[in-house]
Design a protein around this ligand. Structure first.
Ligand code: GLP
Length: 264
């Protein structure tokens, strides 16, 4: 007698997920992980992100530096991206954002943001190469903090960005432009390009924390963490990293089923 073939439904391979009760608790957890690394390795190299999501994390790191003596003097930071064209002194620049929200407040001496200064494409390409070289020179990124855009971008790697991409000039997705319109006082003022670390650059970090908050991110987070990695969803490549963790509040986790969350 022949036995019927067994069919097994395998859950897609997943990665650790931490779900916090709310945004404040989420920021506590992410900041605690970064602070622990800085204590353990005072010369740590951090990869940092902009956007509203990490703001609470930066506030907690500032408090840790100002009230608990967390020492950032030996830390080197590389940011993911910058609009192009964008003067670093502009209030819209990510350079300004990071200086105001973190670097000036923690007395970090070595921090870098890709240069969005208007110049030729060849000059931009040269400075992108130099950015990659600077990361390599300090031994690579120990911990990369990421947010996620509604287009599924990480940094400004929009859909279509290859998983081995490096720091380069990119064109922004329509959804990204629309999301930035408010802070630029209208869609027509949002630069259509940016300089962004590549997905390949990001995946070389030794540890990755991908952070998302709110129901607006629930759908894209579910796709990124449960579907096959694809060019159409840049954040999905984070799951291929051996030391990546997703940090969510309950609102951002609402579309992940219990099976995926069981890996917490
Ligand atoms: C920008 C940044 C991304 C960030 C995204 C999400 O596009 N380049 O690095 O992850 O915004 O922003 P928010 O955290 O405000 O949702």
């Amino acid at each position: 007698m022949t036995m019927p073939l067994m069919t097994t439904t395998l859950l897609p391979p997943t990665k650790p997920i931490t779900v916090a009760a709310d945004y404040a608790a989420l920021c506590d957890l992410v900041a605690a992980r970064i602070a622990a690394l800085v204590r353990e390795k005072p010369g740590a190299v951090l990869g940092l992100a902009t956007g509203s999501t990490p703001l609470g994390v930066y506030d907690r790191l500032v408090s840790a530096a100002q009230d608990d003596g967390l020492d950032f003097s030996g830390v080197t930071c590389f940011n993911l991206d910058e609009y192009f064209p964008m003067a670093s002194e502009s209030p819209h620049s990510y350079h300004h954002f990071m200086q105001k929200n973190l670097f000036r407040r923690i007395r970090c001496r070595r921090w870098f943001v890709p240069d969005g200064a208007p110049r030729s494409e060849a000059e931009v390409a040269q400075s992108c190469w130099e950015y990659e070289a600077a990361i390599r020179e300090v031994g690579g990124i120990d911990l990369q903090l990421l947010g996620i855009g509604r287009s599924g971008h990480i940094g400004f790697n929009e859909p279509g960005s290859p998983p081995d991409s490096r720091t380069r000039l990119v064109t922004l997705h329509a959804m990204t432009l629309a999301d930035a319109a408010g802070s630029f006082g209208g869609l027509e003022n949002v630069p259509s390009q940016a300089v962004s670390m590549g997905i390949g650059t990001i995946l070389e970090a030794r540890e990755i924390l991908l952070m998302a908050s709110g129901t607006g991110k629930a759908q894209i987070v579910r796709a990124a963490w449960t579907e096959e990695p694809t060019l159409a969803l840049p954040a999905s490549w984070v799951r291929t990293h051996s030391n990546a963790r997703l940090y969510l509040d309950t609102a951002a986790a609402q579309d992940l089923d219990a099976a995926a969350q069981a890996f917490s």
